[in-house]
Design a protein around this ligand. Structure first.
Ligand code: HEM
Length: 441
């Protein structure tokens, strides 16, 4: 990570200057990145923002495949500008994540614009492994612009994905006409045990990286940037994706089961189930919806359960991860197959029988979840579970699946959904613009 102090007034490239209009004039709906940085970031690395969004480094998310093993090199970097989709969705899943939901404290649309633009400029820098300005300012009485804990760590595959909650389209910002018809707060769902302090939010940031300190630094400095405009509502720190070369190819959740075996992997499925076509609202073309749930696991109960029951809960074997109708992890589940007792080999109320696309009219969602653990709860039980994050082009897909799961899933005995949020994720911005810019035109 570059930590050298840089001058505040480095000229932006000509193309960038042309892309922006009057600095600090939010009503125009179009800002130069330089204007945002000048608007309050002080020493942010304006000069380093040049170039068309990352041609010089490793990967472009739009063409990546989630099935590819994530690169664990500290040098892996993802471009932010000029991609079809925001990174952190189809991107191979990194090992660590921090999810944050924010409440907007402003009612001024131009404050929201400035925040989205400053976040966009900063995320582009962070994803390249750059600092957000001086870690050690030259004046002894100057406050460091970048908090410094990610200095020299490298980009580590960092992706930061911005989402907009339903509240962005309420009476506060004059954006109601841009609200997609299918977008609203999630309804109360069966088995929900949601805590108010862990539910909702006007904005979301999902930061994922191979190094947890890199993800933490991104969230810390982006939250700092939001001061006066937004405050953190709820947050979960996640870990635990599979490590290629470390013995796990499919990650395991904290119940010890392989999780992700039948996830969306093909580009065709991403097109069909994840990416928004923009027909309803053009600004969402190439975007998607994000559903985040904090799901508590009753670990102590689970750990006393017989293996036979554990396997019937999921409909899969524990060690191999095979459907109970087969023997290998990648065997296609046969939901009609009977066991020795004449009942379905995969119980009809097992998690996979209820969630499988074969039993839901072909419906699929992208799951991009992480394990979490956070000490002990007030009752002296382990506070741990799944930070469930899913992407889909219609939030009704989650509602359909969770309505069914919440009613009869055998897993419900061992889990509780305590946190929830739904967010519209716009496509990636072009260079000179910012995430969600089209909303303000
Ligand atoms: C703590 C909560 C959860 C745990 C521990 C869990 C775990 C699992 C496991 C072990 C599998 C089988 C392996 C695989 O194909 O990935 C699976 C599959 C699946 N889960 Fe979950 N899951 C949880 C919550 C949810 C929720 C909330 C949803 C959606 C509303 C969901 C949707 C699915 C789907 C669609 C599949 C694929 C089923 C198939 O096609 O075979 N899961 N889950």
């Amino acid at each position: 990570m570059t930590t050298e102090p840089r001058p505040d007034d480095v000229s932006a490239p000509a193309s960038e200057a042309a892309a922006g209009t009057s600095p600090g004039a939010p009503a125009s709906g179009r800002f130069s990145r330089r204007a945002f940085l000048g608007a309050g970031l002080g020493g942010l690395a304006v000069g380093a923002l040049g170039g068309a969004g990352g041609t010089a480094w490793a990967r472009s998310d739009g063409s990546g495949s989630a099935s590819a093993a994530a690169s664990e090199s500290p040098e892996t970097a993802y471009a932010f500008y000029d991609q079809v989709h925001q990174a952190g969705i189809q991107t191979p899943q990194q090992h660590h994540a921090i999810f944050v939901s924010y409440d907007l404290t402003t009612t001024d649309a131009s404050d929201l614009q400035v925040l989205l633009a400053r976040w966009s400029a900063a995320i582009s820098e962070l994803q390249r492994g750059q600092s957000l300005g001086a870690v050690q300012p030259s004046h002894a009485n100057a406050v460091p612009t970048d908090t410094g804990e990610a200095a020299d760590l490298g980009p580590n595959g960092l992706t930061v994905t911005i989402g907009l909650g339903p509240g962005v389209f309420d009476h506060r910002f004059g954006l109601a006409e841009h609200k997609p018809a299918k977008f609203a707060d999630l309804p109360q769902l069966p088995s929900d045990q949601l805590e108010k302090s862990l539910t909702g939010g006007d904005l979301s940031l999902q930061a994922c990286a191979e190094d947890p300190q890199v993800a933490y630094h991104a969230i810390r400095d982006l939250s700092r940037m939001a001061q006066g405009t937004a405050v953190v509502r709820w947050t979960v720190m996640g870990f635990g994706r599979a490590s290629a070369g470390k013995g796990q190819t499919t990650p395991r959740n904290l119940m010890g089961f392989k999780d992700g075996t039948r996830n969306i992997k093909d580009d065709a499925d991403f097109q069909r189930f994840v990416w928004h076509d923009g027909v309803d609202q053009a600004w969402m073309k190439g975007g998607t919806y994000q559903v985040a749930r904090k799901i508590q696991m009753h670990i102590e109960n689970w750990d006393t359960d017989y293996i036979g029951d554990q396997q019937n809960v999921f409909g899969r074997s524990k060690q191999e991860g095979a459907p109970l109708s087969g023997t290998r992890e990648l065997d296609v589940p046969d939901f009609a197959r009977k066991g020795a007792d004449g009942d379905p080999a995969i119980p009809a109320t097992s998690h996979v029988a209820l969630a499988a696309h074969e039993n839901n009219g072909g419906l699929k969602i992208l799951r991009r979840s992480y394990n979490f653990t956070d000490g002990m709860n007030a009752d002296g039980q382990i506070n741990a579970g799944l930070l469930f994050i899913a992407y889909m082009n219609d939030p009704a897909a989650f509602v359909t699946l969770q309505t069914k799961l919440g009613r009869v899933d055998r897993l419900n005995e061992y889990i509780a959904h305590v946190g929830s949020g739904v967010f519209a994720v716009p496509p990636a911005p072009v260079s000179g613009s910012y995430v969600g810019e089209a909303l303000f035109r």
